[in-house]
Design a protein around this ligand. Structure first.
Ligand code: GLY
Ligand code: MN
Ligand code: MN
Length: 435
């Protein structure tokens, strides 16, 4: 866990921006996987960002200038019997001593206590839409306060999306966050290296997925950040392929999109390499186009450039390449304007990366693409996905290639956090030959 001071500073930053409001932030609900079995619990990112508290059934309330303390936590009480089954709980005392709460109450008492925290506040900040059942509870608590108006108590009259404030903070990573993101990117890149080293024709996609998960888990990751995509041959053209059950064939490419999660920060890396360790001529030709687009896009991921520039540059190079390969006809400009390229490149070149893989933060401000700032982390992930349609040159059919890196924008020039995973043809082939 990061230093508790980090979480305290984040709360202060948010409260500073909230002025007179009160913020109510629930963690994620637990989810059933099957009957008595739950999915592994993962706290809500907004909640965790502000608290460092990873137990389920918890709500944080930030009440700037409250006499009895500004940071209130509702959580599970200690319960020796339940703890024998489920593990240790912080309890109310732990919420105060370990997590810096000024006040802590049992989660079971929230209906009685929470309305009081809303009294005489003008605004309630909440994570609108993230947890819909909780939104309804919150509206009911606001209504309860309204019902007390004859007693001279005023209820909040504005419900504001906390994300508007909080996600701006989450978008720009501070040093301690960058350090975690460097670690998880390196671990995840090692997992990709391992996949390249062990891959052989005849293996199954799930065997490679197991190797990746082995490296992530053995390196101390809590989990993967998203289910790994291990897509051999034609499966690489299914963008979110996670079945991972097919056999890997000699002559096919293998696209792997996998990243771990550490301290609730994600890596998101894609590499595409030949199952037999050697790219064929046509595979090389397509790969070089994607790599050129990716390198040029990374070059654009710099302070003071627009968020869209990496995409615009990558798109131009991909379209030029598609024309050179004979897969598109006509001019670069016309193909871009008419969107013909979407048949081969149907997503954008990247997204914000942080606690969530597709991280929070606006991409446009005042209807203009955002300017990149130091501390932002983006993915750069152009790809080409060539179907098996009859009009496609048979040499290129069923070729799916994506190359994805995680890039930290810095004043002194950007840093590719995932560079430990090789991506040139020579580097990949020599690593695979050594495996
Ligand atoms: N792994 C999801 C993505 O690349 O956006
Ligand atoms: Mn991505
Ligand atoms: Mn990805």
């Amino acid at each position: 866990m990061l230093d508790p001071k980090v979480f305290s500073r984040r709360r202060q930053d948010v409260m500073h921006l909230m002025a007179e409001g009160v913020a109510v932030i629930p963690t994620s609900p637990e989810c059933t996987r099957s009957r008595d079995v739950l999915f592994p619990f993962r706290p809500d990112s907004d909640f965790y960002y502000l608290t460092g508290f990873a137990e389920p059934e918890a709500v944080a309330v930030l009440c700037p200038n409250r006499d009895q303390g500004e940071f209130v936590v509702f959580c599970r009480e200690r319960d020796p019997e339940r703890e024998t089954w489920e593990g240790k709980r912080a309890g109310l005392d732990g919420a105060i001593s370990q997590f810096g709460a000024d006040d802590a109450f049992p989660i079971d008492d929230i209906d009685e206590i929470l309305p009081g925290l809303l009294e005489n506040r003008t605004k309630v900040f909440c994570t609108v839409g993230s947890h819909k059942d909780f939104d309804i509870k919150l509206l009911n608590w606001v209504q309860e306060v309204k019902n007390k108006s004859r007693a001279g108590i005023t209820a909040p009259n504005e419900i504001v999306d906390l994300g508007h404030i909080l996600h701006e903070l989450r978008l720009v990573k501070r040093t301690e966050e960058v350090n975690v993101m460097k670690r998880i990117a390196k671990i995840s890149a090692s997992a990709h290296r391992r996949a390249m080293e062990v891959c052989r024709p005849g293996m199954s996609e799930y065997e490679i997925a197991a190797e990746i998960e082995y490296v992530l888990k053995k390196s101390g990751c809590d989990s993967w950040a998203y289910p790994p995509i291990v897509a051999g041959g034609v499966n690489a053209c299914i963008l979110h392929y996670i079945t991972n059950r097919d056999t890997l064939h000699d002559g096919d490419l293998l696209l792997i999109d996998a990243g771990g999660e550490l301290e609730y920060y994600a890596a998101d890396i894609t590499r595409t390499f030949p199952v037999n360790g050697k790219y064929s001529g046509p595979q090389k030709a397509v790969y070089e186009v994607v790599l050129a687009a990716q390198l040029a896009a990374i070059d654009q991921a710099q302070v003071n450039r627009h968020w869209n520039w990496p995409h615009a540059v990558a798109l131009k190079i991909l379209v030029e390449g598609l024309i050179d390969l004979g897969l598109l006809k006509g001019s670069v400009e016309d193909n871009i304007e008419q969107g013909n390229y979407r048949r081969f490149f149907m997503h954008r070149t990247g997204h914000w990366l942080g606690m969530d893989v597709h991280d929070v933060g606006d991409y446009k401000v005042a209807n203009e693409w955002r300017i990149l700032e130091p501390g932002m982390v983006i993915t750069v992930e152009p790809g080409l996905y060539i179907s098996g349609d009859d009009d496609i040159d048979p040499r290129y059919r069923y070729t799916g290639i994506r190359i994805e890196d995680d890039v930290l924008v810095q004043r002194k020039g950007n840093l590719v956090l995932s560079s430990h995973a090789p991506k040139t043809i020579d580097d990949i082939e020599s690593l695979m030959a050594s495996g």
